[in-house]
Design a protein around this ligand. Structure first.
Ligand code: ATP
Length: 313
């Protein structure tokens, strides 16, 4: 059984807008799943439906085997949600803020657990500080501590590093990796694709209310990842020589650079053969450089293709 099971979830808002159009997805225990999608794709709606904040119009969602509608309480207890916006009481102290969150779930106080959580998030020294005295990064950690206070098995992080500086982002990544080591299942939405690249075990792409793809991140990057070889020539050429016509080369920089795209998953890249063919044509190579397309390129391609199919591009 997957930790979270989403089957054909639809959500039609009052007014008729269909924000989820039959989304299905399994989230496995202990994984970090990055949910990627452009603005308005349905990420927040899907997370809200899993967390019981909004009800799906049809379809089913279960957390730990508990249906989020029929068995609301049991499902909700397994879930912690870290919202995107900092929504903390500025004059409250850290300790009280986190303790109160646990109480909201009707759980008995467990100060030992709260201490462990605050220590893990490097907030223990700040437990007596008021929220307003904390830095932005500390406030975000308090949001995580609050979400963990009732000991959930699944943690949703809605754009955890939106608008934060690079250092804080790295810091946040370390925190998320640490939570995973402790066995927490993590679902993360993000607009920073490099965040998904750095953290996720699997990537799900949602667009226009449908899951376009769910795949192991490394496998996805290997499958869709293409590499590019840029070959800088000693002397520019006017056109691609006939002897090199098999390679799908492109000519750039006024004939000074030949560009060769190749498949990283293919058994042979064809580079050695290409180099031989260049030499046979009497072309002298000055320099070569390779680059690999990123998860971002893959994501943009997927979303773009999906829109083209629906005729909205
Ligand atoms: N209460 C609502 N009533 C009507 N439409 C809504 C409601 N909430 C969301 N929507 C619409 O549903 C669509 C999906 O919204 P959602 O917030 O889930 O997207 P998202 O993927 O989280 O986007 P973002 O990346 O911008 O946060 C959007 O077009 C939004 O305008």
């Amino acid at each position: 059984m997957a930790m979270v099971e989403i089957r054909d979830a639809r959500k039609v808002f009052d007014g008729g807008f269909e924000a989820l159009r039959g989304a299905s997805l399994d989230i496995e225990e202990g994984e970090i799943l990055a949910l990627l999608g452009p603005n308005g794709a349905g990420k927040t709606t899907l997370i809200s439906a899993i967390c019981g904040i909004t009800q799906p119009t049809s379809g089913t969602i279960a957390v730990g085997g508990h249906d989020v509608v029929k068995d609301y309480r049991a499902a909700r207890n397994l879930v912690g949600l870290v919202p995107q916006e900092v929504n903390l009481e500025p004059f409250e102290k850290v300790w009280k803020t986190v303790r109160f969150s646990r109480g909201l779930f009707g759980r008995k106080p467990d100060d030992a657990l709260l201490e462990r959580i605050l220590r893990k998030l490097s907030l223990w020294e700040k437990r007596g500080a008021t929220i307003k005295s904390l830095s932005g990064g500390m406030k975000r950690r308090v949001l995580i501590a609050k979400a963990l206070a009732h000991d959930p098995r699944v943690l949703f992080l809605d754009e955890p590093t939106a608008g934060v500086d690079v250092e804080l982002r790295r810091d946040m990544w370390d925190t998320v990796a640490e939570l995973k080591r402790e066995g927490v299942t993590i679902i993360l939405t993000t607009h920073y694709i490099e965040e998904a690249e750095a953290l996720a075990d699997r990537v799900a792409v949602i667009n226009r209310g449908q899951i376009l793809l769910v795949e192991d991140k490394d496998a996805l990057m290997a499958r869709m990842g293409r590499k590019t070889l840029r070959i800088e020539l000693d002397e520019p050429v006017a056109e691609i020589p006939a002897g090199l016509s098999d390679y799908g080369l492109r000519l750039e920089d006024d004939g000074r650079v030949l560009v060769y795209d190749y498949d990283t998953s293919a058994e042979r890249t064809g580079i050695a053969r290409l180099m031989g063919a260049l030499a046979a044509e009497g072309i002298v190579v000055r320099d070569v450089a390779t680059s690999q397309n990123s998860l971002e390129d893959i994501f943009v391609g997927l979303v773009h293709d999906g829109q083209e199919e629906e005729g909205v591009a």
